[in-house]
Write a new protein. Sequence first.
Length: 600
Amino acid sequence: MNKLILILAVFGTIITAEAQKTISGRVLEKDTNTPLIGVSVLVKGTKKGTTTDFDGNYTLTNIGDNDILEFSYIGYSTKEIAVTNQTTINVYMDINAEQIDEVVVTALNIQRDKESLGYSISQVSSEEVNVARENNIVNSLSGKVSGLQITQSNTGVDGSSRVLLRGITTINGNNRPLVVVDGIPISNSSGGASGSGGIDRGDALSDINPDDVESISVLKGAGAAAAYGSLGMNGVILITTKSGIKKDGVGISFNSSFSFIDIALTPDLQNEYGAGAFGDFAPINANGRPVLDYPFSWSWGPKMEGQTYTNWLGRQDTYSPNPIKDPYKEFYQTGFALSNTLAFEGAGDKGSFRLAITDEDGQGIVSNNTLSKQTFNLRGSTKLTDGFSVDGKMTYITSKIKNRPQLAEGSGNTSLQLSLMPRDIRLDDVRNNTVNANGEEIKWNLDNTFNNPYWALENAGNVDEKDHFQGFISANWDIDNKFNITAKSGIDYIISDFTSYGATGAQAIENGLGSYRHDDNKSSIWNSDILGTYSTSISDFNIGLSLGANYRNEYSSDKNIWGNDAKVPNFYRIDNYKNSFSSEKYHEKSHLFVLCIGTI
């Protein structure tokens, strides 16, 4: 009897051992046969599981014939397959368009189900961004995100745009949203202009190459941006850049775009009344020229009916309607923007890379406003173990913009000058009469706060040069299928060199003495964060908990020199000016932020 029991026990053990086996296979996208990386392969009803590698391969050990394998992946329909007597199970997963729409990238690059969010978020793909390529990528979002207001101003090539999310949040202050690139917040201050004048020197968004963008998420309102503290009070624009794509060998792509820039809308000017006031011509000065000062410098004079009168140059002329009905289209030209991008990319079992080089050239509607910009972008990732990976990126942008247009009430604002010009004045006369025999500026009015627009084109300008470096390194550790830790550190570093100048002879520029200014600025933002995420399911509820910390350091330095009263005309160096001044300032601050987010 004892022998019989022993034989049965051994037989039972043998049967059990044979039922436990190793299952392997590959997970591919249906129709395209593209390998899917990171697909969750779980033995249903247990905690036993794994994920697919870069080639979509997986292996599970100690699997029974009665087990059921569950394959799940973001954006694809979940599949369940019974093991039975199989040892190799290849799976083709179907794209679930509805699921893709519901999974979004939120603050700190956390992927969440859209239905679980308590705030509004919109996501835009790279294809939508590049339908009509813009030098400033935020302009491509116009009309694609509800509640996002984008106002593109005529501020020259590489200019910034006004961006508001859900309206104005502060009466006095900055209403611009925070910009986060690959999880690293960057500087998004804009430009230099004010109500009294200045120029638009662009912003962080104008430095982002649209060809390098994978997707954009827009977080609206305080709730969406809570993970970024007070920095996100005006909303957040999250930009994710491209990484390498799995190809046979190294993939090479070339993208070229060319676009024209022209005036779309101009004021509808009357063409019946010319210079003067109260229906009369301006009085004549001792030098024989009319006194075109307020109110005689505007078009409040007699009706233009072919009368003989003294024009603004002191010459006898015919007082008749201007043959050029739109001075804006006569003064401005058609600009252009040209961009060429060459990219190399690839991915293997243990890593991926992408190298992209972009050259941009452009010219604005103001003839001397030009852009030259080059972008070098390198990104690489590697999978050191099944659960531990490292990702990094370096981006270098160098740009040179000449003659950014003056804005608002700046003396060189050509648009304002044209709007104030009386209708009897011909642009040809203004173009051909900019400087007198004494080297002094000639203009039609006596208002010494404005320039002759053609004199400004030739004798007042600026050069804006910038070197911009962005980079990060991150590590991701999947401890198991429920717990993940991510750490990232990155920097946004900008060196800018700005020079502006104005020739002698114009009263609007230092009372005719001429001017020179040179600004040397450096700024950096160093951002580091660590985030632990735990997710599990209890009954029909999905529970998630994220706990992390963020450290941010901001530093800037400004060195400025300026002078007036030039010793030699048209020589723009500080030692050429009799009066010179300088200033220097530094600023630094740090933040430490702790975050805890729970979802059900």
